[in-house]
Design a protein around this ligand. Structure first.
Ligand SMILES: Cc1cc2nc3c(=O)[nH]c(=O)nc-3n(C[C@H](O)[C@H](O)[C@H](O)COP(=O)(O)OP(=O)(O)OC[C@H]3O[C@@H](n4cnc5c(N)ncnc54)[C@H](O)[C@@H]3O)c2cc1C
Length: 355
């Protein structure tokens, strides 16, 4: 929609990044009658390295914010899936989480759909357009945008940085140290072994200091582990041990990965922005460390940021108050996640399950 973007008037809100945080922010801003511009440096649609699991809580947020259910066209089989948790002591001590289901989506489909909803609601969507930097100018901001055709300056009253873990917008306010990032590495393998159409969360410190998982994706299994540079094991060692665990307890046979990929996720270090700039999603640090679940909190925080702007007063403090419980919950989890022993993991899992 590059052609229809009109820059003569300042925007009320510019949103940088059309992931779940940006799509939700732009939808809510446009819905509240704000003149809104959504910028995305790649597409949309675009792919994102991710397990692509959407939780019940996220489905509820989408329903509440967008007034719609997640369409079946952007889900891939099997979907929905029950959630099975295996503690360090193994599969036999594992259990299905009562009433918990996840949808299996492609991020290309899910994020593309959210951006389309925002556009339909009245937001301008500028594809292949990257927010490079912002500068204050009186009671406005000037956002410098790079495209294949060159650079353009856009004026706006507020900027929402929803530009992911490598956020340029956040870097301008408060560069985040690497310690506040973990990495998830995924291998897509042919489907072998005794796996149901379930999402398997598995916790054992010698495979990952965070957690490991198996996600059935059509005829493949996506095996994932979370790693951190300061704590053993390395990716190679962790993945090898994880496959060993799966072979022993599920009869998994490693026929070689069809695809490997990895990407960082935030590990605490939440920053919600400053002055006329609000940060949402991964850019703000809204990702739950023990499971790497970030889509839910991206949708929630993006929508909350835009709703605060629409209120027109005490915008930063309103947004911070709205997200304060989630922020505290994430920070607490971030500080303990990497350092749990297997005995502590086992006890926490049993306690949470009421066992
Ligand atoms: C391997 C892996 C598996 C995961 N699995 C799950 C899962 O199953 N479920 C779950 O809930 N979470 C999962 N997560 C976390 C989840 O992917 C993120 O938390 C989520 O994508 C955050 O959404 P976001 O909108 O904040 O950022 P992103 O999804 O990263 O979107 C940011 C967007 O901004 C664009 N952009 C970047 N810079 C600029 C710029 N300067 N200007 C304009 N656009 C820009 C990017 O191209 C991108 O489209 C996983 C993460 C990883 C790494």
């Amino acid at each position: 929609m590059t052609q229809s973007v009109e820059f003569s008037e300042p925007y009320d809100v510019v949103v940088a990044g059309a992931g779940p945080a940006g799509g939700s922010a732009a939808y809510v801003a446009a819905d509240r009658g704000l003149r809104t511009l959504l910028l995305e440096r790649r597409g949309p649609p675009r792919d994102k390295t991710c397990g692509g699991l959407v939780t019940n809580l996220c489905v509820d947020f989408v329903q509440k914010i967008f007034g719609r259910t997640v369409p079946s066209e952007i889900q891939i089989p099997p979907s929905p899936m029950p959630v099975f948790v295996a503690p360090p002591s193994g599969r036999s001590a594992g259990f299905l989480v009562p009433h918990e289901y996840v949808l299996n989506v492609t991020r290309r489909g899910f994020d593309g759909w959210l951006a389309r909803c925002a556009e339909e609601r009245g937001a301008d969507l500028w594809r292949d357009a990257e927010a490079i930097r912002f500068l204050p100018k009186g009671d406005r901001l000037v956002v410098s945008v790079a495209t294949r055709d060159g650079r353009t300056d856009i004026e706006t009253r507020y900027l929402v940085g929803a530009d992911g873990i490598h956020s340029r917008i956040r870097d301008q306010i408060d560069p985040r140290p690497f310690a506040q990032r973990a990495y998830y590495i995924q291998e897509y393998c042919p489907r072998t072994g005794d796996f149901e159409d379930w999402f398997y969360l598995m916790y054992r410190g010698d495979t990952s200091p965070i957690y490991s998982y198996v996600i059935p994706k059509e005829d493949l299994l996506c095996l994932g582990i979370g790693i951190h540079k300061s704590v053993a094991p390395t990716y190679e060692v962790g993945m090898q041990r994880f496959k060993g665990w799966l072979a022993e307890e599920f009869g998994f046979r490693d026929l070689g990965p069809r695809r490997k990929e990895g990407y960082p996720v935030p590990l605490g270090g939440i920053h919600m922005g400053k002055d006329r700039v609000l940060l949402a999603g991964d850019a703000a640090g809204f990702c739950y460390p023990p499971t790497g679940e970030g889509i839910t909190f991206a949708v929630q925080s993006g929508a909350a940021a835009a709703a605060s702007v629409a209120q027109g007063r005490d915008i930063g403090s309103r947004y911070a108050a709205e997200m304060s419980k989630v922020a505290a919950w994430i920070e607490a989890a971030a500080s303990r996640t990497l350092h749990l022993t297997d005995a502590e993991r086992e006890a926490r899992i049993r306690m949470k399950a009421g066992l």
